[in-house]
Ligand binder design. Structure first.
Ligand code: THU
Length: 137
């Protein structure tokens, strides 16, 4: 655990707010993400869907690309929240494998992924436990 309880809750709260920006008319599943840089900045993202489906970007990648485009490449943690659009989230939303592969580009094994636990709390995962062997060359 790299952050305090207050910091984990704050990151989940920022991800929940970012979820409000989700553009998800096809899946009706809204996701928000909040990415914490090593120097304490938070970058947000939400999923942005497209009628061609495969052009859709997940919330995590929007947050990461947002940060990288602004010159930030070192990160501590990301909070991810998701659930049916227009409703409060009820359980855990795990990052997809494509987003984990993108995290592998910028994050070390101890980078943390924070999800809601469905009981008003959160779960903390170590990156290397979710994607043990990312593609690298
Ligand atoms: N989605 C995310 O934003 N993050 C993930 O890690 C998994 C899925 C989005 C993509 C799509 O807009 C919707 O959730 C349903 O798959």
């Amino acid at each position: 655990m790299r952050l305090s309880d207050k910091e984990y809750r704050e990151l989940v709260s920022v991800a929940s707010s970012a979820r409000g920006g989700s553009y998800s008319p096809y899946s009706h599943f809204a996701v928000g993400a909040a990415l914490l840089s090593c120097d304490g900045r938070i970058f947000t993202g939400c999923n942005v869907e497209n009628s061609s489906y495969s052009a859709t970007l997940c919330a995590e990648r929007v947050a990461i690309f947002h940060a990288v485009a602004q010159g930030y490449r070192d990160f501590t943690a990301i909070a991810v929240v998701g659930g049916p659009s227009g409703k409060a989230t009820e359980g855990e939303c795990q990052p997809c494998a494509v987003c984990l592969q993108v995290m592998a580009e910028f994050c070390d094994a101890d980078f943390e992924i924070i999800t809601e636990n469905g009981e008003g709390g959160y779960n903390v995962y170590r990156f290397a436990d979710l994607l043990a062997k990312p593609f690298k060359f």
